[in-house]
Design a protein around this ligand. Structure first.
Ligand SMILES: *[C@@H]1O[C@H](CO)[C@@H](O)[C@H](O)[C@H]1NC(C)=O
Ligand SMILES: *[C@@H]1O[C@H](CO)[C@@H](O)[C@H](O)[C@H]1NC(C)=O
Ligand SMILES: *[C@@H]1O[C@H](CO)[C@@H](O)[C@H](O)[C@H]1NC(C)=O
Ligand SMILES: *[C@@H]1O[C@H](CO)[C@@H](O)[C@H](O)[C@H]1NC(C)=O
Length: 307
């Protein structure tokens, strides 16, 4: 009797997870297996395997760029940005991905800073970001009560972001900072400040849409509905009716102004590895629950900010 409710919840969660694997991973991979000529003939033209990206727009609007993920704490890159970070880092997109972390995560104790800075490098390695492209700043104090000065952030970013041959793309939090975390919100205003003041007109800024409480902990439920409607609309409208209209329940808006990233099982496994093995010090018991239920681990909605 007492066990019935938890068991029911567990069953619903497991079922949703299995449905998600089918929608996000099995269907797209079967699609590649049966439609991709390179795979069918076992003759490959490119040096990258034709891995599916059916769950993110193809081609990705962020390509051949220097992408800077501007984060507040070591582990933000996994906990909030992993679907977009992993997709953008994929070799076929030709991006050069950097992580700029504004604190070393020493809010509990100063001695933690060294450990967490190193953990960020370990996590970056798992995510495919080279150590030389990871910057951890220590002049910003990590904490729930700390607001960081926007002009100071602008100055820090100008000294880190060098004008190279590739256009710069900045990715950071939105004005709600995922959970109203003042460090994240400061980064939004500081990065926006930098973006608006930079003379580099080829640069772009994307912000991560904060999800409300129910959406944040919706596990794979909402994603399943979106992917299901998306597969169905592509199948029915594209193949059966052969029409060129874009219907989607949630108006999947994949112009370059707004990009939705969905992880598949392979990408989610990388996120779990980066978090649990890279950021070992952060894996207290409740984190496991958060990692399993959080929608940010399988879904990112990046919105482009126009000047
Ligand atoms: C990115 O670079 C590759 C290789 O140079 C090129 O084939 C591709 O068209 C480029 N993509 C974009 C969007 O510029
Ligand atoms: C943050 O500020 C609140 C209210 O001023 C205070 O109660 C709390 O102890 C502070 N927390 C930290 C970590 O300093
Ligand atoms: C549907 O979306 C595709 C890709 O985003 C676009 O090329 C096409 O023009 C759209 N069709 C309509 C009718 O809006
Ligand atoms: C897509 O998003 C952009 C920017 O957020 C917006 O301007 C545009 O109206 C949206 N298009 C649709 C069809 O919702």
């Amino acid at each position: 009797m007492i066990l019935r409710l938890p068991l029911l919840v567990l069953k619903v969660i497991l079922t949703s997870f299995v449905v998600w694997i089918v929608l996000s991973t099995t269907i797209p991979q079967a699609f590649v297996r049966f439609t991709e000529p390179q795979v069918q003939t076992n003759h490959y033209q490119k040096s990258t395997y034709p891995y599916n990206s059916i769950t993110s727009p193809t081609p990705l609007p962020i390509q051949n760029s220097s992408v800077y993920f501007v984060i507040g704490h070591p582990d933000d890159e996994v906990m909030f940005f992993s679907p977009s970070l992993i997709e953008i880092t994929k070799e076929k997109n030709g991006n050069e991905v950097h992580l700029v972390c504004f604190s070393n995560g020493d809010s509990l104790h100063e001695s933690m800073g060294r450990i967490r800075g190193k953990e960020l490098v370990n996590s970056a390695r798992i995510l495919g970001v080279d150590e030389s492209r990871v910057t951890v700043l220590s002049s910003y104090k990590d904490g729930m009560n700390e607001t960081w000065d926007s002009d100071k952030i602008k100055k820090s970013l100008s000294s880190i972001i060098t004008k190279g041959t590739k256009p710069a793309v900045l990715v950071t939090f939105d004005e709600n900072g995922v959970s109203n975390h003042p460090n994240h919100i400061s980064l939004y205003y500081g990065t926006l400040n930098y973006f608006q003041s930079t003379g580099d007109k080829s640069s772009k800024l994307f912000i991560l849409k904060s999800l409300n409480f129910w959406e944040k902990y919706s596990f794979t439920f909402l994603t399943n509905i979106e992917l299901f409607v998306d597969h169905l609309s592509k199948l029915v409208v594209g193949n059966i009716l052969n029409l060129d209209i874009n219907i989607s329940f949630f108006s999947k808006n994949s112009s370059s102004k707004s990009i939705r990233f969905y992880s598949d099982l392979n990408m989610l496994s990388v996120s779990y590895a980066a978090m649990s093995y890279g950021h070992f010090s952060q894996m207290v018991w409740f984190r496991y629950g958060w990692l399993i239920l959080s929608r940010y681990l399988t879904f990112n909605h990046l919105i482009e900010v126009t000047r």
